[in-house]
Design a protein around this ligand. Structure first.
Ligand SMILES: *Cc1c(COP(=O)(O)O)cnc(C)c1O
Length: 416
C-alpha cells in the first residue's frame, strides 16, 4: 500500500482542509450518507432555496398578488437573472436572458441563426452531441421544409466540415457522455472563417468552469439551470445572443413578452429591444427565484478555484479507480488530460448499468448513459476530496465482490 506521504497519493483529509471552496459545502442540503456524483445531471439543493421560494410564495404572491409583477420586479427577472448568468459565462450585460428550457431555447436560436444566414441551409453538428440538440435541429429543418438539412460529422471532422453551405455550427462545449471539452475559441474561429454562425450549448459548462463567450467571439449560446447552477428540477434555462447580432435576430416564437410593448396589446408583432426579443411568454417566477439562489452561490465562488478543484477531484478519482479496479473490465471513457475534460469522468464497463445501481444502493450516486458508460460528475462547491476517494473505493468493492450481479440492479428505470 502506498504511503500517505507519497505525493502521488495525496491525503484527502489534507486536501479538504486546504480547500478554498470547503465553506460552500455547508450551503447545500445534502442527505447524510450520500456521495453525490450526479450534480452534472441535477444539481444539489442550496439551503437558502426553500426559504427564498417560500418568501416569494407567501409574501410576494400571497400578499401582493398581481402587484408582484412590478413591486417585486418579477417582470424584469428574466433579464436581471440573465445579467447574473452572463457573468458566469463571459458575456456582457444585456446579452443573456433566462427563459424556457434548453430545448426550446435551442429551437429559438437555431431558427434565428438560419434567418441571419439566408441562402445557407445546413446546421452542422456532431454525431455524439446530446440527442435533444440534434432532435430540435432535425425538427426545425423539417418544419422549414426549404431544403434545410442537419449534417452530422465525427468529432475530429467538425472544423474541416464547415463550408459555404453551413449556416450555423451547433456544438455542446462539454460532451454529456464523455466529458470531452471542445476548444471554443478555435472552433468559433473556424465557423467564422467559413461565414457560419457558432451556437454553443453550455449545459455541462456553466457554473463548472470558466467560459469566455465574449472573448471567443461566440455568436449564440444556450445552457441549463438545473445542472451546475443548482436551480432545481426543470429550472429555467438561459440563452445568449451576442450584442452585435441582436438587431438582426428574430425569434420564431414571437410571443408577447418578446414584443417591444407587451402591454400596448398591439395587433401586430414588433420585436423588443436587445435580448428581450428572445423571450416568448410569462416567466415561471417561482422557478426563477429558486434558480437565482443557485446562480448567486455560483457567483460567490471564484470560478478559477472551481475549475482547479474540479480538475483535482477528477484526477484523484481517475487515479484511484485505475489503480484499484485494474483488471476488472473498467476503461476510461473520458480524455486522460484534465485540460480536455469538463467536470466529469466516465468509465465504460460491460455491466455499467448494474454497477451504477449497486453503487447507488451504497449511497454513491452516479449515473449511466447507454450503451456502457458509468458517469461521475464532480460539483466542486459541495464535493470533498474524501468523498471522491470513498466513491472510488466503493466502485472497487462493487466490482471485486460482484455486488452488481443481482436481478434488482439490472432492471432499467425510466430515468437512468
Ligand atoms: C441537460 C442537457 C440539455 C437539457 O435540455 P432540456 O430542454 O432542459 O431537457 C440539453 N442539452 C444538453 C447538452 C444537455 O446536457
Amino acid at each position: 500500500m502506498a504511503r500517505q506521504s507519497d505525493p502521488a497519493t495525496p491525503d484527502p483529509a489534507r486536501l479538504d482542509a486546504a480547500d478554498p471552496l470547503a465553506r460552500f459545502r455547508g450551503r447545500f442540503a445534502l442527505p447524510d450518507g450520500v456521495i453525490y456524483l450526479d450534480g452534472n445531471s441535477l444539481g444539489a439543493l442550496p439551503r437558502a432555496t426553500a426559504a427564498r421560494v417560500a418568501r416569494v410564495v407567501e409574501e410576494e404572491w400571497g400578499r401582493d398578488l398581481i402587484g408582484g409583477w412590478t413591486r417585486h420586479g418579477w417582470i424584469d427577472l428574466p433579464l436581471r437573472l440573465g445579467d447574473k448568468v452572463a457573468r458566469l459565462i463571459g458575456a456582457a450585460p444585456g446579452e443573456v436572458a433566462v427563459a424556457d428550457s434548453t430545448s426550446v431555447n435551442l429551437f429559438k436560436l437555431l431558427a434565428g441563426a438560419l434567418r441571419l444566414r439566408p441562402g445557407r441551409r445546413v446546421i452542422l453538428s456532431e454525431r455524439d452531441n446530446f440527442p435533444t440538440d440534434l432532435y430540435i435541429a432535425e425538427g426545425l429543418a423539417a418544419l422549414l421544409g426549404g431544403g434545410h438539412a442537419v449534417r452530422l460529422v465525427e468529432t475530429d471532422e467538425i472544423a474541416g466540415a464547415i463550408d459555404g453551405e453551413t449556416a450555423v455550427v451547433l456544438l455542446t462545449h462539454v460532451n454529456y457522455r464523455t466529458g470531452r471539452m471542445h476548444d471554443m475559441a478555435a472552433l468559433t474561429r473556424a465557423a467564422h472563417e467559413a461565414g457560419a454562425l457558432m451556437l454553443w450549448d453550455l449545459a455541462h459548462s456553466a457554473g463548472a468552469l470558466p467560459v469566455a463567450l465574449g472573448a471567443c467571439d461566440a455568436d449564440l449560446a444556450v445552457g441549463c439551470g438545473y445542472k451546475y447552477l443548482n436551480g432545481g428540477p426543470g429550472a429555467p434555462a438561459f440563452l445568449y445572443v451576442a450584442r452585435r447580432l441582436q438587431e438582426g435576430f428574430r425569434s420564431p416564437l414571437a410571443g408577447w413578452l418578446g414584443h417591444a410593448a407587451p402591454f400596448a396589446f398591439e395587433t401586430g408583432y414588433r420585436p423588443g429591444g436587445g435580448i428581450a426579443r428572445a423571450l416568448a411568454g410569462t416567466p415561471p417566477i417561482l422557478s426563477m427565484a429558486a434558480l437565482e439562489v443557485g446562480v448567486d452561490l455560483a457567483l460567490e465562488a471564484d470560478i478559477g478555484a472551481v475549475r482547479a478543484k474540479s480538475m483535482a477531484l477528477g484526477e484523484l478519482f481517475r487515479e484511484r479507480v485505475e489503480a484499484g479496479c485494474a483488471g476488472m473490465g473498467v476503461t476510461l471513457a473520458s480524455p486522460r488530460d484534465p485540460d480536455q475534460r469538463g467536470s466529469q469522468i466516465c468509465f465504460a464497463h460491460a455491466e455499467g448499468y448494474a454497477v451504477v445501481q449497486a453503487l447507488i444502493a451504497r449511497g454513491v450516486i452516479g449515473d449511466f448513459r447507454a450503451p456502457d458508460i458509468m458517469r461521475f460528475g464532480f460539483a466542486p462547491l459541495y464535493l470533498r476530496y474524501a468523498d471522491v476517494v470513498q466513491a472510488a473505493e466503493a466502485l472497487r468493492e462493487v466490482l471485486a465482490t460482484r455486488a452488481w450481479d443481482r436481478p434488482e440492479f439490472k432492471t432499467r428505470a425510466a430515468v437512468t
